[in-house]
Design a protein around this ligand. Structure first.
Ligand code: NAD
Ligand code: DAU
Length: 354
């Protein structure tokens, strides 16, 4: 049985992962540690908050004393580190918190894991750890930078991040690699493409466009809308993480993706069509600075070596996702109140005025 520390479990993917675990591997203890920033929302987990085998601790992954205490209290054996500042646009406005949370926070967790799992923690040469422990760093395809019309990211593609967000994620990957190489800590890194699905914060493309369509508001498309992302349903990302956590070879990086490249404008038009809205809502706005043109994941390693494959088609996944947002209007309204309302004003008001 794992004593699994899930960081960032009140966010989009972390919350979906906890749900996925409860359904598919309920025997494990899950300790959800989240600072509850603007992106963390416990309402997404309200139906499982009282479950046996689930605990929530509000804490910041940069808090070393607290992280060490959590490892001891729950005798943590596995970590899946989702906690991060995750939105590229915010990283362009205020990069610093991306560096402290995404880099230092990861290093604090690595230290706590090393201290708790190493059989001789005071011996700097010791590479001996308890059996059956693992640190999984949830990274992103954005660490590879941008692609032109051809090619895909493989695990050996050089890191070439372009935004403060992706640079911070790439830095965390390198720290994880260093703890694996220098200290022998059992680490995996996963690099997934863009996720969509229920409970995603509406600052991200798909929930933002669904919400605005439902409300009859403008749909802000950056630049020419021809940027390409490789979309994966969040539930398929969760099954891939569990696969790597339980079967991945320590020290290895695994890309995760479902071979599903789409241009942003086509996604926006699909949402408009599904919701019966009008294309006149589309508003082309100023492009994101340093905007990566195209991402595409080569998933050969995880599919052939670990036998993982996605279960959703994009069509089914999107139909289900759009219906979910239609049926969960109150979740959306609660998320949209407060800090996000101010952010939306600051981010988009000038674009719509011009
Ligand atoms: P999110 O922004 O929805 O959630 C992040 C969570 O982390 C929130 O609950 C927030 O409260 C928490 N958090 C932030 N700072 C913290 C801190 N200092 N201490 C503790 N908790 C903190 O993000 P997401 O979209 O669910 O992404 C989760 C992870 O997956 C991130 O590491 C991201 O880089 C990675 N990722 C995301 C995608 C995607 O498409 N969303 C794709 C690939 C990888
Ligand atoms: O590729 C994985 C990454 O995907 C994750 O690491 C990030 O955490 C996650 O936020 C996501 O990054 P993107 O920048 O690709 O996602 P976002 O939803 O912000 O934007 C998707 C595309 O849509 C991108 O090309 C920018 C564009 N866009 C986005 C918004 C919010 C618009 O055209 N208009 C918008 O209003």
């Amino acid at each position: 049985m794992m004593h699994l520390l899930v960081t960032g479990g009140a966010g989009f993917i972390g919350g979906n992962f906890i749900r996925w675990m409860k359904k598919n591997a309920p025997e494990h203890l899950i300790v959800n540690v989240d600072a509850l920033t603007y992106a963390g929302n416990l309402e997404s987990l309200s139906d499982i908050s009282e479950d046996e085998g689930y605990r929530f601790v509000r804490a910041d992954i940069r808090d070393r004393t607290k992280m060490e205490e959590i490892f001891k209290t729950f005798d943590i054996t596995h970590v899946v580190n989702f906690a991060a500042e995750s939105h590229v646009d915010r990283s362009i406005v205020d990069p610093e918190v991306f560096l402290t949370t995404n880099i230092i926070g990861t290093q604090v967790l690595l230290d706590a894991a090393k201290k708790h799992w190493n059989l001789a923690p005071d011996d700097k040469y010791s590479r001996d750890y308890r059996e059956n422990v693992k640190f999984l760093q949830v990274s992103t395809d954005e660490v590879y930078g941008a692609l032109g019309k051809e090619g895909m990211f493989s695990e050996t593609t050089p890191l070439s991040p372009n935004s403060p967000y992706s640079a911070a994620k790439a830095s965390a990957d390198l720290i994880c690699r260093a703890y694996s190489e220098t200290f022998g800590l059992p680490v995996n890194i996963t690099r997934c493409s863009n996720n969509y699905g229920p409970f995603q914060f509406p600052e991200k493309l798909i929930p933002l466009m669904i919400h605005n369509c439902i409300k009859g508001k403008s749909l802000p498309v950056y630049g020419d809308g021809m940027q390409i992302r490789d979309w994966l349903h969040v539930s398929d990302h969760c099954s891939a993480i569990y696969t790597v956590l339980t079967r991945g070879t320590s020290g290895e990086v695994y890309n995760i993706g479902g071979n599903n490249e789409r241009a942003n404008i086509d996604i926006v038009k699909l949402i408009i069509k599904t919701l019966g809205a009008k294309e006149e809502l589309i508003t082309y706005v100023k492009d994101r600075p340093g905007h990566d043109r195209r991402y595409a994941i080569d998933n050969t390693k995880i599919t052939t070596q670990l036998g993982w494959s996605p279960s959703y088609t994009f069509e089914n996944g999107m139909a289900e996702t759009i219906a979910w947002y239609q049926n969960n209007a109150s979740w959306m309204e609660h998320v949209l109140s407060g800090e996000y309302a101010d952010y939306y004003e600051r981010m988009y008001a000038p674009s719509f005025e011009s």
